[in-house]
Every structure is written in structure tokens, then in C-alpha cells.
Design a protein. Structure first.
Length: 249
């Protein structure tokens, strides 16, 4: 048996980048995966939920592409319902959907600030809230929120992205206590270094990152797979960095 045989994973923000790498890794470990995101068609940034689901199926795994806008409670609830209907339940949730804005506070437009909060924080809340009853029904499971090491870098100022991710870490640390009696592990996971996702490349950010500071997305996939195997008797209530869980590549 592989490590996640018989388990069902819902991965939000899985059309590309870290989310896609995590979805692929969970499927390789044996889980049936709901590949959830807004992107159903190719746009300016490469990647779609259908393409990721197809790669999983072509590799011998089980996957379904599930349209999901994490800022809409109705969309999230529909995506969770579709996953349960397709696979019979949910055991693992990875809340990865996110938008990036690293501008200084004094030049941040309100709409960018609000977007970071809506997607990066409220989106995690909505996905988590909708999934909890289904994990309870399975007798436990694992909730994972993808955050960033930037929340610790207070010497580099403040921005909407780091603030939203710091709030997610507080949300999940408290939630671990709330859900301990339900046998649900609750953890945050961030890259230890920079993952050059399609979104990052499209913005040209990767040009400023030295090679030694770059982490392959597969490291996040391996780390998420380890956390996906947990319940409340294992690793829970933690903020993990990928390379503390798996060897550095």
C-alpha cells in the first residue's frame, strides 16, 4: 500500500505552481485528488485544473478537476460537494490558493489589500469551514494551509501578502486545539526557500533570485504528503517549513 491509499484530498489553488506539485505528490502517494481552482482555461499565466487532473490520471492516479473560487462561499461549498459526490468523502485539505502583493503599505491600493485578505485569508477560512464536517465524518484527517517564511521577516517591512499569511497561521494554530478531539491534524506549511512558480515567472520575480535560494516545487509536494498522513495523534498545531520535513535538494 502507498501512504495515502483510500484517502481523498482536496487541493485549492492547484492549477499550477505549488498547488499543482502538491496535488501530483498526493496522487502519487495514493490519494484521489480534487484539483480545485478558478482556472479552467489557459490565460496569461500557464496552467489549468483540467491539465493537472489529466497529468494525474495519465500517471495512473485518480483526479477530478473542480472549479472553485475561494472568495465565494457558494463556489467553495459546491466544490466540496462535488468532491464528496465523486470520491465519497474528504480526508485531506490543502488550502493553497493565493495572490501575491509585496508592495509597501503606503503605496498599496485598497483593492490589492482587500484582494490579499479575500483570497489568502478568507479563502482559507471558507475552504476549511466547508471541509471540516466531512473530515469529522471520516473519523479524522489533515488540514494544511500553505503560508510563507515572509511572516517572520519583520526586518523587511510589511505588506498585504505577509499580513494575510500571518493571519492564516494564527487561524490554524488555534484551530488545531479546537479540532483535536475530532482527530484532525491542523498544520501550516511554507517553502523554506523561493519556489519559482508560473505566477512568479510571469511577474519576472525569478530574475532576482540566486540559484541557491531556489527550492523545487517537488519539495513542497513531499512535505505536504508527510503532513497529509497525520491526524491529531501525530504532527499538529505547527508551522512547518518544507525543508525541515524533507531533505534539501
Amino acid at each position: 500500500m502507498t501512504t495515502l491509499d483510500g484517502k481523498v484530498a482536496f487541493v485549492a489553488g492547484a492549477s499550477r505552481g505549488i498547488g499543482a506539485a502538491i496535488a501530483m505528490a498526493l496522487a502519487e502517494a495514493g490519494a484521489a485528488v480534487a484539483v480545485a481552482a478558478r482556472t479552467e482555461h489557459e490565460g496569461r499565466v500557464p496552467g489549468t485544473i483540467g491539465a493537472v487532473a489529466d497529468r494525474i490520471v495519465e500517471a495512473g492516479g485518480r483526479a477530478v478537476a473542480v472549479p472553485c473560487d475561494v472568495t465565494s462561499e457558494e463556489s467553495v461549498e459546491a466544490a466540496i460537494a462535488t468532491t464528496v459526490k465523486e470520491f465519497g468523502g474528504i480526508d485531506v485539505v490543502v488550502a493553497n490558493a493565493g495572490v501575491l502583493w509585496l508592495g509597501p503599505i503606503d503605496s498599496t491600493p485598497l483593492k490589492r489589500w482587500q484582494l490579499c485578505l479575500d483570497v489568502n485569508l478568507t479563502g482559507v477560512f471558507l475552504v476549511t469551514k466547508a471541509a471540516i464536517p466531512h473530515l469529522r465524518a471520516r473519523g479524522g484527517g489533515s488540514l494544511i494551509a500553505v503560508t510563507t517564511t515572509g511572516v517572520d521577516m519583520i526586518d523587511r517591512g510589511s505588506n498585504a501578502y505577509w499580513v494575510s499569511k500571518a493571519a492564516v497561521e494564527r487561524l490554524y494554530l488555534g484551530l488545531a486545539s479546537d479540532l483535536s478531539t475530532d482527530n484532525i491534524a491542523v498544520n501550516c506549511l511554507s517553502p523554506s526557500r523561493v519556489v519559482l512558480t508560473e505566477g512568479w515567472a510571469a511577474a519576472g520575480g525569478g530574475q532576482r533570485i540566486p540559484p541557491e535560494a531556489i527550492e523545487p516545487p517537488e519539495t513542497m509536494g513531499a512535505a505536504a504528503t508527510l503532513l497529509a498522513r497525520q491526524d491529531a495523534s501525530g504532527i499538529t498545531g505547527t508551522v512547518q517549513r518544507s525543508e525541515t520535513l524533507v531533505p534539501r535538494v
